[in-house]
Design a protein around this ligand. Structure first.
Ligand SMILES: [Mn+2]
Length: 432
C-alpha cells in the first residue's frame, strides 16, 4: 500500500501538497495528521467530504510499502509513522521546500520554493493532470499562505507561475480570502506579548525606535506581521525584532519603518538580507544577538549617511531656460537634450515655471513660436528641497501627476528628479 502524509500542525500548504500528491500518485492514500491549524480546521469543516482523506489510525502500517511525504521530511514532524522508521525496504518519496530533514528518500524533490505545493504543481502541469476548481483553490491557498500572497522574500518565480496556472484552472479568490485570514494565531500572540514586555526604546537622529529580542525554536510563520503590530502598538517610528535560534546558532532580524528617513531594505542589505524601504529582514549565522543589537543601533545612528537623499539620485546639472527665451529656441534645446521638459527661471535664476512638450500643444499659429516661453509654460511649479527623501518626491509626483520635480537649495534649482530616478530607487536598482 502507498500512503501520502505531511507534517503535524498541518497548514494550507501541507494539505494542498497532500491533495496535489494524490493527483500524481492516484493509487496512494492521503493521510492527514489529527493536529491541524485553526484556519485549516475551518476550511475542512466545510470541504472535508470533497477529499478522500484518511486518519493515521485508519492505516495498517504493516501494509505500507511506499511512504510519500510532502512539505516536510523529518520523522519527528509526522504523526503515527514511527513504526515505519524501522522498515528496511520502505520506499520513501519526498516533496519538500524545507532543506532540513532527517528522512532519506529514494526519490527526492527538495528545493527552497516559497510553498511546497508549487513543486507538485510543476509536476501536475508537466503530466497534464486535470485540476478541478476546488483543488485549484486549495492549492492556491497553500501558495498564498506560505508566501504571504507572493510577497515574502522567499517567493520564487516558480510560485508565481504556479499561482498563474491555478487561476487559469479557476481557483476561486473569494473562497480563498474567506479562509485565508492573516495567520495571527496563539503562537504569534504569545510572541507579540513577550516582545512588548521586553521592549527597549530609544531615540536616534530625531526618530524613535525599539528593538526587541526573543529566543525562538523552529520556524514561526508571520513574524513580519508580528513586528508590524509591535511597531504600531509601541507607536515608534522604527521597530526591530531579533529572533535568536540558539540550536541553529542563528538570528533572524526583521525590521519595519514608518518614516522616510530610515530605509530598512538598505539596512538589511548591509546585513546580507534585503527588503524595501518600509520592511525587510536578514538571517545572520554565528552572530551573538547582543552584537546584532549594537549593530542595529549603530546603523540607525549613522542612517543619515546611508539613507539616500534626493541630492544623491537627482539628475544634474539641470538645464534651465530663461523665461524670455523664444518658444522656437526652447523646442530646439529640448530636442537636442533629448528631454521632455525643463524648469524656466527669471533673470535672478529663480524658478518661475516649467515647460514641457505638453505645453507646445497649446501653440496654434506659427508666429507664436516667436513668443517668450513664459506665455506657454505652466506656472504651477512644484519643487522639493534637496534634503527631502525620494519617497516624498514620489508622493508629490503621484499627487500632482507630474514626471519631474526641480530640486532646490537656497532658492536655486540644483537638480531635477524624474520618475525614472524615483523608480530606480524604489525598486532598489541603484548601483552599490
Ligand atoms: Mn510549507
Amino acid at each position: 500500500m502507498k500512503i501520502i502524509t505531511t507534517h503535524k500542525g498541518t497548514d494550507f500548504d501541507a494539505l494542498a501538497s497532500l491533495i496535489a500528491a494524490t493527483l500524481i500518485y492516484p493509487d496512494a492514500k492521503p493521510v492527514l495528521p489529527t493536529s491541524i491549524n485553526a484556519n485549516l480546521k475551518a476550511f475542512l469543516a466545510i470541504h472535508k467530504d470533497l477529499f478522500d482523506i484518511y486518519s493515521p489510525k485508519d492505516i495498517v502500517l504493516d501494509h505500507v510499502d511506499t511512504l510519500i511525504v510532502v512539505d516536510t521530511h523529518s520523522w519527528s514532524r509526522l504523526e503515527g509513522m514511527e513504526p515505519l522508521r524501522k522498515k528496511p525496504d520502505l520506499n520513501i518519496i519526498i516533496w519538500d521546500h524545507h532543506l532540513q530533514g532527517d528522512m532519506k528518500g529514494k526519490v527526492e524533490t527538495i528545493r527552497e520554493t516559497g510553498a511546497a505545493v508549487s513543486l507538485l504543481i510543476q509536476e501536475i502541469k508537466r503530466q497534464k493532470k486535470l485540476v478541478t476548481p476546488i483543488q485549484a483553490t486549495l492549492f492556491l491557498m497553500g501558495i498564498y499562505e506560505d508566501t504571504g500572497n507572493l510577497s515574502f522574500p522567499s517567493t520564487l518565480a516558480e510560485d508565481a507561475h504556479a499561482a498563474g496556472f491555478l487561476l487559469e484552472r479557476k481557483a476561486d479568490l473569494t473562497i480563498l480570502s474567506t479562509f485565508l485570514r492573516q495567520a495571527y494565531g496563539k503562537k504569534q500572540k504569545d510572541i507579540l506579548y513577550h516582545l512588548i514586555k521586553s521592549a527597549k526604546r530609544g531615540e536616534s537622529s530625531g526618530f524613535s525606535y525599539s528593538i526587541a529580542r526573543m529566543e525562538i525554536e523552529g520556524r514561526v510563520q508571520n513574524l513580519a506581521l508580528v513586528i508590524q503590530m509591535y511597531r504600531e502598538i509601541l507607536n515608534v517610528d522604527v521597530a526591530f525584532g531579533v529572533f535568536h535560534e540558539p540550536k541553529k546558532d542563528r538570528c533572524m532580524v526583521i525590521g519595519r519603518s514608518a518614516v522616510d528617513e530610515v530605509n530598512i531594505g538598505m539596512m538589511m542589505k548591509g546585513l546580507n538580507g534585503g527588503g524595501h524601504p518600509g520592511a525587510g529582514s536578514a538571517l545572520l549565522k554565528k552572530v551573538e544577538p547582543d552584537a546584532i543589537e549594537e549593530l542595529l543601533v549603530e546603523l540607525l545612528a549613522g542612517n543619515q549617511h546611508s539613507s539616500v537623499m534626493l541630492s544623491d539620485i537627482m539628475s544634474y546639472p539641470v538645464i534651465t531656460v530663461n523665461q524670455n527665451t523664444r518658444i522656437e529656441e526652447v523646442a530646439m534645446i529640448l530636442r537636442d537634450m533629448g528631454c521632455t521638459g525643463m524648469p524656466v527661471v527669471d533673470d535672478q535664476e529663480r524658478i518661475v515655471g516649467v515647460v514641457s512638450r505638453r505645453d507646445f500643444k497649446k501653440i496654434r499659429k506659427t508666429e507664436q513660436m516667436q513668443s517668450p516661453v513664459k506665455a506657454f509654460m505652466s506656472r504651477n511649479t512644484i519643487t522639493i528641497e534637496h534634503d527631502r527623501s525620494t519617497i516624498e518626491a514620489a508622493r508629490l509626483m503621484i499627487k500632482n501627476d507630474i514626471g519631474r520635480i526641480p530640486v532646490m537649495k537656497d532658492d536655486k534649482v540644483i537638480g531635477i528628479i524624474t520618475r525614472s530616478d524615483a523608480m530606480m530607487y524604489m525598486y532598489d536598482l541603484l548601483p552599490d
